[in-house]
Design a protein around this ligand. Structure first.
Ligand SMILES: [Zn+2]
Ligand SMILES: [Zn+2]
Ligand SMILES: [Zn+2]
Length: 157
């Protein structure tokens, strides 16, 4: 399941960027639009760059990099580090109280999302036992995705 981005989210992104003094040139706007429209996907900067180039072929990889880093600093984009050393980025969503969990396929590196929290009982235990106020968490599950499991099965037959 992929999360949806509301009009509220889009407004927040544009306003925050403007407030931070970031001038939204048409190129930069194209990067921001692409990030917004790929919500729920977890893209490397190179993948994002390839998408943006479909709209603005003249854009440079460095511009895409800088925009992603800035959006990450502003909390608009979150970064996900995979075991294979690659970093992936995705839009953060305001309707999310706690960050969703990630299911990472160790065979094809596909990243999917698990939207439920399921951690509330653990969070309560931690808060009581360690006097620690939990604001968020980041959880990655490593395993084999559905597609890869099917392919493995085909090979066996
Ligand atoms: Zn939680
Ligand atoms: Zn897979
Ligand atoms: Zn995600």
């Amino acid at each position: 399941m992929q999360g949806k981005l509301s009009g509220e989210d889009i407004k927040r992104v544009t306003e925050l960027l403007r407030k931070s003094g970031y001038k939204l040139t048409p190129q930069r706007q194209a990067i921001v639009d692409t990030i917004i429209s790929s919500v729920g996907n977890h893209l490397t900067v190179e993948e994002l760059y390839a998408l943006v180039r479909l709209k603005k072929p003249e854009i440079g990889l460095a511009t895409v990099y800088r925009t992603v880093i800035l959006m990450n600093e502003l909390g608009l984009v979150s970064r996900l580090d995979l075991k294979d050393g690659s970093a992936r980025y995705e839009m953060t969503r305001i309707e999310e109280n706690h960050t969703h969990h990630h299911l990472i396929c160790t065979r094809c590196s596909r990243v999917s999302e698990f939207m439920g929290d399921l951690l509330e009982p653990i969070e309560h235990v931690i808060e009581e036992k360690y006097n620690f106020i939990i604001k968020d968490h980041s959880l990655k599950f490593y395993g084999i995705c559905e597609e890869c499991a099917k392919e493995e099965k085909l090979k066996e037959e």
